[in-house]
Design a protein around this ligand. Structure first.
Ligand code: IMP
Ligand code: ZN
Length: 360
C-alpha cells in the first residue's frame, strides 16, 4: 500500500464503470437521503395525525441549509431524523432505501450500524432491530450487495441502555448469525466514561460479536489508550491519535503495532470540524505509516456524501491510484465481519472487476 504517493490516475479507465467498494462505517439514521426523509415524512403524515410539524420544519431547514455543522449540531440533527424513523414500517423503509443507494453507488458489501430505539406504545427495541434485519434479509436475496448489521451502543445514553443493547445484540446474533455480526460504540465522543462500557463490550465479544469502536474523534489520550489496549477489531475515525493531531507518540506507536484498521470518514470529519482540511487530515500520517485504512461515509445523508465521493476525495488529496484504491477495498474486505466464504466471494468479485477494468 505504500505506493500511495504514485501519480494520481483515479479516473476510471472506462468512465461509466463504478468501482466495487466495501462500506464498513455507515450509521443507518445518518445515511438517510433527503429523498428518503421526504418519503418518511409522507408516511408519517398518512399514519400519524400528530405528525410533528415542528420536527419536520427543523428537519427541512437542516436538509436544505448549509452542510457545515459542529459535532454538537450534528447530534441535534440526529434526534430530528429519529423522529421520522419511529415505527417499524419507517425503519424498514429507511433500511431499504439506504441499501439501494449504497448499491447504486457501487457498494457490494455494506455494514450498517444502528442504535436500537423503543417508542412507547409503538415500537420495542426488538421490533426496531427486527425491522432492519427483515429489510437486510430481503435485500441480501434480491440485490447485488451483501449487507450486515452492527448494533450500536450510544455512549451518551448511559449504562442501563448500553446493557440492554448489548443483551439484545447477543440475542439477535444468536437468532440471525448471518446478519447481526457486531457491536459499535458511538454517540457524542465527549459524553460517558469509556471504562463503564468496556466490560459490557467484552461480554459481547465473548458471545461471538465483533467490535468496532469510535475512537479519538476528539483529543482524549487516556481514553484512546484504554480503547487501543482493549483491542477491538476495528476503530472508527482515529482522528486524534497522531501526536500532531492531539494524540501522542505512545498512542501512535500502539496503533502502528496493533494491526487495527481505522475507518476513515473524511467528509464527516471536515464537516464536524474535527479536521481542518482534507490535505491536513490524519489520513496523511495513516498512509505514511502504512496503517490499514477503510474509507467510509459515516453519515452519507447528514454529510451529503457517497462512498465513491470519499474515494475520489482521498485519491485526489493524496495522489492515490485506482490500483491503490482497489487494493484498499480488498484490504477492507479482510476486515469485514463476514465468514471466510463471504470474504472469498467479495475478493473474487473485486478481482474480476480489477481484471475487467484493466486495473490488475
Ligand atoms: P442510528 O444509530 O442509526 O440512529 O444513527 C445515528 C446515530 O449514530 C447518532 O445518534 C449517533 O449516536 C451515532 N453517530 C452518527 N455519527 C456519529 C459520529 O460521527 N460519531 C459518533 N456517533 C455517531
Ligand atoms: Zn460514526
Amino acid at each position: 500500500m505504500n505506493e500511495s504517493k504514485a501519480i494520481c490516475c483515479f479516473l476510471p479507465s472506462r468512465s461509466t464503470e463504478k468501482m466495487e467498494m466495501a462500506e464498513l462505517h455507515a450509521h443507518l439514521n445518518g445515511s438517510l437521503s433527503s429523498r428518503t426523509l421526504h418519503a418518511l415524512r409522507q408516511l408519517q403524515n398518512s399514519s400519524d395525525s400528530e405528525a410533528s410539524g415542528d420536527s419536520w420544519k427543523k428537519c427541512e431547514a437542516i436538509i436544505n441549509h448549509g452542510n457545515e455543522r459542529t459535532l454538537d449540531e450534528c447530534f441535534q440533527l440526529f434526534s430530528v431524523v429519529h423522529s421520522l424513523t419511529s415505527t417499524p414500517t419507517a425503519v424498514s423503509k429507511a433500511t431499504d432505501d439506504v441499501i439501494e443507494e449504497f448499491e447504486e453507488d457501487g457498494v457490494i458489501y455494506l455494514e450498517l450500524r444502528s442504535t436500537p430505539r423503543c417508542i412507547d406504545g409503538v415500537m420495542t427495541k426488538e421490533q426496531y432491530v427486527e425491522a432492519i434485519v427483515k429489510s437486510i434479509r430481503k435485500a441480501n436475496i434480491s440485490r447485488n450487495i451483501l449487507t450486515k448489521l452492527i448494533v450500536s451502543v450510544d455512549r451518551q445514553r448511559g449504562l442501563t441502555e448500553a446493557e440492554e443493547n448489548v443483551l439484545l445484540a447477543v440475542d439477535m446474533h444468536s437468532k440471525y448469525p448471518d446478519i447481526v455480526v457486531g457491536i459499535d460504540l458511538s454517540g457524542h465522543p465527549c459524553k460517558g466514561n469509556i471504562e463503564d462500557f468496556l466490560p459490557l463490550l467484552e461480554n459481547a465479544r465473548s458471545s461471538g460479536l465483533k467490535l468496532s469502536l469510535h475512537c479519538a474523534e476528539v483529543p482524549n489520550v487516556d481514553e484512546v489508550e484504554k480503547i487501543l489496549k482493549f483491542e477491538p477489531h476495528r476503530i472508527g475515525h482515529g482522528t486524534c491519535i497522531h501526536p500532531n493531531f492531539g494524540g501522542s507518540e505512545k498512542l501512535w506507536n500502539m496503533l502502528s503495532k496493533s494491526g487495527l484498521a481505522v475507518e476513515v470518514c473524511l467528509t464527516s470529519n471536515l464537516k464536524t470540524k474535527t479536521i481542518e482540511g482534507y490535505e491536513k487530515s490524519h489520513l496523511g500520517p495513516l498512509l505514511e505509516q502504512n496503517i490499514p485504512v477503510i474509507l467510509s461515509t459515516d453519515d452519507k445523508g447528514v454529510f451529503a456524501t457517497t462512498l465513491s465521493e470519499e474515494c475520489r476525495i482521498a485519491a485526489e488529496t493524496f495522489s492515490l491510484t485506482r490500483m491503490w484504491m482497489c487494493e484498499a477495498m480488498l484490504q477492507s474486505v479482510s476486515y469485514t465481519f463476514t465468514t471466510e466464504d463471504e470474504k472469498n466471494k467479495l475478493v473474487h468479485s473485486i478481482h474480476k472487476f480489477m481484471n475487467s477494468s484493466g486495473c490488475s
